[in-house]
Write a protein that binds this ligand. Structure first.
Ligand code: MRU
Length: 356
């Protein structure tokens, strides 16, 4: 998608170097960063220069390519794979991407391994872009249906950033929105700010602005009253891991938005590529929920009057804070899952029909 009129993907490989858009600097600075070693890739995932389930999967795949470039010894590849998987625990795409890479390079001799790994990493990213495009084509039908009934702007609420910046391109939750906009359907997006890191305000609103899609940032607590006032036609969110029973793990606060949607009969959709489905874990309690540094709550970053990025403390300095990064929305609150193969109910049978 576009930034200042120029088309980008979120990650690409150029002359033995992986290039990414540093998302910690957005929306105030647009910086392309180079990752030269597997340690760079791990650091980039940990510090959230790259984030969003599909993008960290793509970064892990390229991270393994960087590892092989440094040293194609089996032990080093194994250690690097483990470190990449451990770099963020909740999004399943990380492990999914590394498992796929390891399967592809298994048994390949050392003079071919780098080329084969590089091809597979590219394939993972190309496939994600295609899958996200298909999510958009499938999700467009829901927006179109609402528009045909309403004959007025469709108001869509989203949480966190499940936009193109969280994937390779198109996004998951935003792809149906981009497709609707391209088709001339009037859409307006309520963007949950998404504390503590403000991915909604800093990333979703930013990317929608760049594509000229009307949007309004709201605090995370505003969605409820907007739904009571009939100002939300549907919600679409992304996911970091969806269990085969349809339970959806996503950015903290998603569950509360789903409850509000349920209470107000607002359709609540989750958009995901199949790489985000966890077929193994059966009980949501077993999903590893990332707990991040409490300084993400107690400190906030912005630009001052001289356009300089500043970080300030906003809590009483003696206060403790707790920073769980994800929650789980039970399948019963999910109207449907929008995938690359179609829309299905959030249940084992629904997912099985499409994917097994
Ligand atoms: O902590 P983040 O910013 O990586 O969390 C991202 C989300 O929760 C997204 O909604 C999810 O990864 C889906 S991305 C298409």
């Amino acid at each position: 998608m576009k930034i200042e009129g120029k088309e980008y993907r979120t990650i690409w490989f150029e002359r033995n170097i992986v290039k990414i858009i540093d998302q910690t600097k957005l929306p105030h600075q647009f910086i392309i960063k180079e990752l030269k070693t597997v340690k760079d890739a791990i650091n980039s995932i940990k510090t959230m220069e790259v984030r969003g389930a599909p993008l960290i999967g793509g970064t892990a795949a390229y991270g393994l390519v960087l590892a092989i470039q440094e040293n194609n010894d089996t032990k080093f590849i194994k250690k690097s794979s483990e470190e990449l998987i451990d770099s963020r625990p909740t999004a399943i795409n990380l492990k999914w991407a590394i498992d796929r890479m390891l399967k592809t390079i298994s048994g390949i001799n050392s003079d071919q391994i780098l080329d084969i790994a590089l091809n597979e990493a590219k394939e993972i990213c190309d496939e994600d872009e295609k899958f996200c495009e298909n999510i958009g084509i499938n999700g467009l039908k829901i927006i179109e249906e609402i528009y045909n009934k309403k004959k007025d702007t469709v108001n869509i609420l989203t949480h966190c950033n499940a936009g193109w910046l969280a994937t390779i391109n198109w996004g998951t939750a935003t792809s149906p929105i981009y497709h609707a906009h391209k088709k001339g359907i009037p859409v307006h997006v309520w963007v949950d700010e998404t504390r503590p890191r403000n991915q909604g305000a800093n990333l979703t609103s930013y990317e929608l602005n760049e594509e000229e899609i009307p949007n309004t940032i709201i605090t995370d607590n505003t969605g409820g009253i907007l739904m009571q006032r009939n100002e939300v036609d549907m919600c679409i969110v992304g996911t970091d891991r969806t269990l085969s029973n349809g339970d959806v793990c996503n950015k903290i606060g998603t569950y509360l938005k789903a409850l509000a949607a349920h209470d107000n009969n607002v359709p609540f959709y989750v958009a995901l590529p199949s790489s985000t489905i966890d077929w193994e874990i059966k009980d949501a309690k077993d999903i590893p929920i990332e707990e991040r540094n409490s300084e993400e709550l107690s400190h906030i970053e912005g630009v001052d009057e001289n356009n300089k990025i500043k970080r300030v403390l906003i809590y009483p300095y003696k206060s403790k804070a707790m920073n769980l990064a994800f929650d789980v929305t039970p399948a019963k609150y999910v109207t449907g899952l929008i995938t690359e193969r179609g829309i299905t109910e959030a249940s084992f049978d629904g997912l099985k029909k499409l994917f097994k």
